[in-house]
Ligand binder design. Sequence first.
Ligand code: ADP
Ligand code: MG
Length: 174
Amino acid sequence: MDKKELRAYIKGLKKQHTKEQLLDQSEKILAKLEQHPEFIKAEKVMLYSALPDEVQTQAFLEKWHLKKTIILPTVVGDDIIPVEYGKDTAFDVGDFNILEPQNEPYTGDFDLIVVPGVAFDRQGNRLGRGKGYYDRFLCQHMEVKRIGICFDFQCVDTIPTEPFDIRMDEIITL
Ligand code: ADP
Ligand code: MG
């Protein structure tokens, strides 16, 4: 399957799951992330506000932004601009239909970047939504540990890759 076919295939699998099943999986996957040594030791963590077909992070973000520096992506044109989720940060729906913190761009560094995806394989290859947002963002932060998180049906044997695709160091799934 090429990238486009794989996106369609995963979309079909997602439809076989209820919202409740996806929320239940999300809790279990994030419980694993919480216990991961890289997450435990990280002070500055880039996470994400989830779209309906991604591991749901809302409760996790609300919990952890009080204990670590949590940075979220905002989408500006073709770029991901990182913004901190501070204690009193307001949120608004951005161009990409995700909740974005309404703060100045975050200019500090990261200890860990947690990456959503349409699918991942065991080698850490990642398939996104087809716009290359994370490839462009991550290639500017290659020294930072990258963990992909996904539902069980998003974990496949092989992802077709191109030279600009940035691989994850690790995948956490159900
Ligand atoms: P996704 O990663 O969202 O699944 P693709 O891997 O298909 O999407 O990439 C989408 C597009 O993003 C590619 O056609 C490529 O031209 C562009 N792209 C990816 N990485 C870079 C980069 N580092 N610089 C410029 N363009 C990039
Ligand atoms: Mg890519």
